[in-house]
Structure formats: structure tokens, C-alpha cells
Design a binder for this molecule. Structure first.
Ligand code: PLP
Length: 476
């Protein structure tokens, strides 16, 4: 028999068992084309609704093979037209409400992925829906050739939210783009521009191992992951890397030729690792010594995700540039590069630009999202719920041989797993019980619930995660 059964939830765990792996495709290659190998009549007869291990019986209320009628045919058809870049489960989501998503079989999922940290206010939030409705009939886009009130309104909200201290003592300026990558691309260009005002050789951008800054060639050049970089080499010259949380290496690598140091204070894709305070404070000090710009990538950590408006605020430093995107538009694409006056003064009209960036709709919605999140009470609740999530996960997985560590900040939490299990396997088992979670580097399960999540919903999610891990542990 020459087909591979796509029961990755059952099998990914047994990564060392070649006997079982013969029949499985790895989750990372779960593309729709693989479904073609997956005989429909055979799989539809498989009953996966309960999955049992030694001690755990799982009620697979959202089993892969019990999705809406026609899903597989529809996905196969879609695959004719979409570039197959992503490994996705065979489920089609078509609406959401609060922290829940619904698939075409009307199955309800607790969404702890939030569109990769984008849907911070959840789905169908009236604040976002009303902002969109308000703006659309007025104007959606005028381009940056003309003025519109909205970009400046959001820029003002962001700049006024910054404490007037450190590098922000003189204020700040905002450049709007459309995504995280573009926000970082602008930051990299602005650092180069700044470097050139000092010396032609001051052009090196330094980033850190396990960083993720985006997929354009500039942002990718600052993302030292061979998986992402190698297929697209040669990358841009003038990019160097240093180990994360390593002060000695930073001291050596940040020299007079460095114009910008870009860092995530909690690495997102890299494995949910928060930086040490001393490390980030040292970067600030060293950048000042060699007159380099400190760029904090807050694409994933920014706008409340960690329980402070910006995660760099935990570190008692102010950056020269920081970048925002994901949650800022509540799902409407937007990116922002925020820089000090010192940096802004070196940028001249025409140096950089964008057609869509700062679009009237995105910035209007962005203002509504930003105002909602930037409230002391809202942020305090995120910190409290984040602590609760972390503590509950630690308690619920106590004694597990598969859980190495629970780490993260605010509602950006990672469960570091033993190499015997892949986070994708845990995510698969969770999804088939109606919980969406995602994965990231260092064999980590990544939890990014909407910031409006409640403690009761956290309890449900933690219960499913603990049970799924236990189930897989029993199978080892
Ligand atoms: N920087 C960080 C820290 C990210 O997490 C991401 C995306 O995951 C990016 C940059 C790239 O953002 P985008 O995918 O919006 O281009």
C-alpha cells in the first residue's frame, strides 16, 4: 500500500519509531497535495472520535476526518490556484466570535493562535467592526501623495504613549507600512541612512541567533536561520550575527562599523525566549558607546501582548527605533516604524516610501485598537492573565517527562518540549479537541491567545494542552 495516513497527531510523537513513521508524512509537509495520496474512501471510514492511550482517553470532538462534507475536495481544488507555501490542517475556518473560530462544519475552536498574534481583540470585535464600517464609506485610500487625517491621528497616539525619557525625551516620529517585514525593512534602511551621516563604513546591521525579522531580502538578511536564508542566497552584505543573551559576544561584535543592532526582547518565532535584562541594557549602553542605533523589533511583542504597551518597557531602556505590526490593525494589515527625533532628522523626503502604508482605513482601525489596549487596567489584566496561564500550565504539566519549561511574558507563552515529541504533534491533538495553538523554534508550543481571553477560557485551554501532552507521553 503506497499511501501515507495523515494521522500526524498520533504519530509525530513517535519520532524515533521508523516502523510507524513509514506510514506518516511529517506535519511540516502537510500540504494539500499530500491529501491526494490520502485515499478519501479509506480515510472517511476511519473513526478517530476517541483516541486512547494507557491513562488518557481523548474525545476528538474536532477530528480531522470529520470535517465538513466536501472539505477535502474543496482544498484539493484550491490547491490548483494557491502557491503551496504553508502546511495547514484540513479545516476551513469561515467565521469567528471573540476568542472562538468556527469551521465550515460549525465546529467551535478556542483560538490561542490569534492569527499569529494579530487578533488581539479577538474576532468580530465591535470596536474593530465599527471602525471599519465608519471609515469605509468615507475614504479607504488616498496614497501618501496627499494628506488625510488618519495616519497622523494614530502616529500621535503612539508618540504620546511613549514616556518622554531616554531616547524619546525629544519625541518621536512614525513611518507606516503594511506588515512587520516592511516595518523592519524601513528600520534597517533608516539605520543605514543614519550610519552614512557618520561614515561610509558605518553600515553593519547586527542581529541575533534565532531571531526572526521577516522575509524580504533585508529583513531576511537579519534573520540568521539557514532554513529561511539558504534557498535565497546570496543575502545582502553588511549583516552580522551574535549569540542572544551573550554580553561578551555583543561587546566584541558591536563595533564602530555597526550602524544598527536589531533585537526582539522576547524572541517570537525563535522559541519564546525573553532576553535577560542585563543583556538588553548592555546593548543600549554599547550602542551609545559606538553610536549605533538600537532597534527593538516589537512586531510580535508590541501593543500589549506582553502586558506592557511595548515589551522594551520591561527592560528600562528606550530604543532608537522600534517596530510594530501584527496586532496594531486588529487584522487589517499595517506596520509602523517608530524612531527618535535624532534618527528622523537624518531621513529626507524621498528617501523611503510606500503606496499603501498609512492607508486611511488601516490607520483609523489601528487608532481604535491602540486606544483600546493602551489602558492601564487592560494592560494589568494581560499581565495577570499571563501569570495565571503560566502558573496553570506549570501545575497541569507537573511531572510530565515531555515538558521541559514554561516560559514567556504576558500572554506570549511557550511550552518548551522534550525532543521526543514535536510541538506540531501536540498542536494536532489539541486542534482535534477544539483548541488552536501554534509552534515555534526550540521545540516549543506557542500560545498567543487574544488579549481579551478570560481565566475560564485559559482553564479550558490548559486542560486540553495537559491532556494532549499526557496522551502523547503515554504513547512513547
Ligand atoms: N518580526 C517578528 C518578531 C515577527 O514575529 C514577524 C512575524 O512573525 C515579523 C517580524 C514579520 O512580520 P510579517 O509577517 O508581518 O511580515
Amino acid at each position: 500500500m503506497n499511501f501515507k495516513i495523515k494521522m500526524s497527531f498520533l504519530t509525530q510523537t513517535l519520532t524515533k519509531s521508523s516502523q510507524i513513521n513509514k506510514y506518516l508524512i511529517p506535519t511540516s509537509s502537510r500540504t494539500i497535495s499530500s491529501l491526494n495520496k490520502f485515499s478519501l474512501n479509506k480515510i472517511q471510514n476511519l473513526k478517530l472520535s476517541t483516541m486512547s492511550s494507557k491513562n488518557v482517553t481523548i474525545n476528538a470532538t474536532h477530528a480531522d476526518n470529520e470535517t465538513a462534507k466536501g472539505t477535502i475536495e474543496k482544498l484539493n481544488d484550491d490547491a490548483k490556484y494557491l502557491l503551496p507555501l504553508y502546511g495547514r490542517p484540513n479545516v476551513i475556518f469561515n467565521h469567528g466570535e471573540g476568542v472562538y473560530l468556527y469551521d465550515t462544519a460549525e465546529r467551535k475552536y478556542l483560538d490561542f493562535a490569534s492569527g499569529i498574534a494579530v487578533n488581539s481583540l479577538g474576532h468580530n470585535n465591535p470596536i474593530i467592526v465599527n471602525a471599519i464600517k465608519e471609515q469605509i464609506p468615507k475614504i479607504i485610500h488616498v496614497s501618501n501623495l496627499y494628506h488625510n487625517e488618519n495616519p497622523a491621528k494614530l502616529a500621535k497616539l503612539i508618540v504620546e504613549s511613549l514616556e518622554k525619557k531616554g531616547t524619546f525625551a525629544d519625541g518621536a516620529k512614525v513611518f507606516f507600512g503594511n506588515s512587520g517585514t516592511e516595518a523592519n525593512e524601513a528600520a534597517i534602511k533608516f539605520a543605514r541612512r543614519y550610519g552614512k551621516t557618520i561614515s561610509e563604513n558605518k553600515n553593519v546591521i547586527l542581529s541575533f541567533n534565532h531571531a526572526f525579522h521577516g522575509r524580504s531580502l533585508g529583513a531576511l538578511s537579519a534573520t540568521p536561520n539557514p532554513k529561511y536564508q539558504k534557498p535565497f542566497s546570496p543575502l545582502l552584505p553588511g549583516f552580522e550575527y551574535s549569540p542572544y543573551n551573550d554580553i561578551e559576544a555583543a561587546k566584541k561584535n558591536i563595533n564602530e562599523n555597526v550602524c544598527g543592532v536589531i533585537v526582539e526582547v522576547v524572541q517570537g518565532e525563535g522559541g519564546l525566549t525573553p532576553a535577560n535584562k542585563e543583556f538588553i541594557q548592555y546593548l543600549r549602553k554599547r550602542c551609545d558607546e559606538v553610536n549605533a542605533l538600537l532597534i527593538v523589533d516589537e512586531i510580535q511583542t508590541g501593543v500589549g501582548r506582553t502586558g506592557k504597551l511595548f515589551a522594551h518597557q520591561y527592560y528600562d531602556i528606550t530604543p532608537d527605533i522600534f517596530t510594530l505590526a501584527k496586532p496594531l490593525g486588529g487584522g487589517i494589515p499595517i506596520g509602523a516604524t517608530i524612531m527618535t527625533e535624532k534618527v528622523a532628522k537624518t531621513i529626507k523626503p524621498g528617501d523611503h516610501g510606500t503606496t499603501f502604508g498609512g492607508n486611511s482605513l488601516a490607520t483609523h482601525v489601528g487608532a481604535a485598537v491602540f486606544e483600546t489596549i493602551n489602558k492601564p487596567q487592560f494592560l494589568a489584566e494581560i499581565r495577570e492573565k499571563g501569570e495565571y496561564l503560566k502558573k496553570s500550565l506549570v501545575e497541569a504539566t507537573k511531572g510530565s517527562k515531555l515538558v521541559k519549561e514554561v516560559r514567556g511574558l504576558g500572554l506570549m507563552i511557550g511550552v518548551g518540549l522534550d525532543e521526543k515529541v514535536t510541538p506540531a504533534a501536540v498542536a494536532d491533538v489539541c486542534r482535534q479537541q477544539g483548541l488552536l495553538v501554534i509552534t515555534c523554534g526550540m521545540n516549543t508550543l506557542r500560545l498567543l491567545p487574544p488579549l481579551i481571553v478570560t481565566k475560564e477560557q485559559i482553564d479550558v485551554a490548559v486542560g486540553i494542552i495537559a491532556k494532549s501532552i499526557k496522551y502523547l507521553e503515554d504513547k512513547l
